[in-house]
Design a protein around this ligand. Sequence first.
Ligand code: NAD
Length: 268
Amino acid sequence: MASVSAVRKIGAPRLEGKVAVITGGASGIGEATVRLFTAEGAKVIIADIRDADGENLAREVGGTDVARFIHCDVRKEDNIAAAVDLAVSAFGTLDIMYNNAGIIGPRYAIDETPAEELDQIYSINFRGMFLGIKHAARIMKPLQKGSIINAASVTAHTAGLGPHAYTALKHGIIGLTRTAAFELRHYQVRVNAVSPGGVITNIWDTVPDGRKMIGAFATEKPDLRSPVTSADNIAKAVLFLASDDAAYVSGESILVDGSHTVAPTTPA
Ligand code: NAD
């Protein structure tokens, strides 16, 4: 007879006893995830370059017993190493790594894209995530447990929605996720990606006309007809992948875009 595994009690916190690092946790989707994870019983390290926002958020969700902020620029390997090490020294372990920090960059034609622009996006959106996986794996492999989640995007699944460099590198995150999942399966470490559709966050303030671009698609309430959703709806997918409910899910990317990339008529 098949064995019956432990089932979480209905209504019980989904991340009780778990410890997470969330890069880019001081704003937008990362911030929503910090709030949801701590509400679900996790202890969280908020790793970001927005010091004041990160410190305030850590205080707001419960203070040092629940959340700590660390200044972490994901372009710097020692900063990422320090963030995962803080999880262990402050809270005793590392169960979840959410590699979420990212920028978008302006939209250029390929033949006009400055090489430095590509380098900048690469260093945060790809290299930073690679290093996040690397240092999470350093802790998780010997523990034989863990869930790593990487921020991909609808632009990882279709061309034409985002700037060229951003789109190409988000495609790369799917490859990074799959190869890491394959390698780390021997250590019971799962690696997945979440691919959000449009979400109104600070990221859109960093590019010319960003708010106008994303705002044009926004509706006032959750609506599958809108290609824009709330950061909370993305955080819920991250929560699923982080939790034991996804115990056999690895190497996957969950699109949270209200179906907008399934048809070729998606607004650009
Ligand atoms: P956001 O700007 O609100 O949050 C991004 C966070 O990353 C910020 O707190 C920022 O300070 C941090 N960050 C930037 N550079 C960093 C660095 N070098 N080191 C550490 N932290 C750094 O944006 P968001 O929309 O919440 O984006 C989060 C992730 O979701 C990104 O990877 C983004 O590509 C992805 N995403 C966003 C959307 C969207 O429409 N908002 C859609 C698809 C994917």
